[in-house]
Write a new protein. Structure first.
Length: 202
């Protein structure tokens, strides 16, 4: 069955769960990697939410219903793209490069995305960014030859200062994209992918 990518729902999820430790245990849904490797796990969660995996709300009943949906792998692809309450999820769910490659790959089932931009900050036009996009960065101090960080866009804007993102590791909620673009010697390159309607088994 086909499911629309609802960026607004993804943004709502991102804003609730970006600051993970502001939420009590009884409101948390997914595993959080405290070793500093949670950025793509979080972005996959936002994509999952946007495809309808998540029912909005953090009251007791809704949280329990969402935990059941995670266990049943609603809007996930069993053994391929899935998250968990107990670990970071599959490689395609929690690893930067694998997540990108899986998202943009042609396939019958699973999240479906296409590349909007790839290049340096100098050639980047902020107006191409939309809510619900994923931005990935090469971090020179971490993995200088491959992409090593993922951000979820929560607000578009005319400038890098106006564009807002949420991410984990470390946690940011509606931070300006300029927190990264102002340091091109560290964040040397970016790419943006955008999601569209996709098919899931349930």
């Amino acid at each position: 069955m086909k499911y629309v990518y609802d960026a607004e729902k993804g943004v709502t999820y991102a804003r609730i769960y970006a600051d993970y430790f502001s939420l009590s245990d009884d409101k948390r849904l997914f595993f959080y990697d405290q070793n500093g490797n949670d950025c793509t796990n979080f972005c996959s969660q936002c994509v999952w939410a946007a495809y309808g995996g998540w029912i909005p709300g953090i009251d007791y009943d809704t949280v329990n219903e969402n935990r059941e949906r995670i266990k049943k792998q609603i809007r996930m692809i069993p053994s391929i793209w899935y998250g968990s309450q107990f670990f970071s999820g599959s490689n395609k769910w929690c690893r930067v490069v694998e997540f990108h490659d899986y998202s943009v790959a042609a396939k019958d089932l699973g999240p479906s995305a296409y590349k909007v931009y790839e290049g340096d900050w100098q050639s980047f036009d902020p107006s191409v960014v939309m809510e619900g996009d994923i931005i990935q960065l090469i971090v020179n101090t971490y993995t200088p030859y491959r992409y090593g960080h993922s951000l979820y866009v929560t607000e578009k804007g005319a400038s890098n200062q106006d564009i807002k993102i949420c991410c984990h590791s470390y946690d940011r909620s509606d931070a300006p994209l300029s927190e990264f673009s102002d340091f091109p010697e560290i964040y040397t390159k970016l790419r943006i992918i955008r999601y569209r309607t996709a098919e899931f088994p349930k």
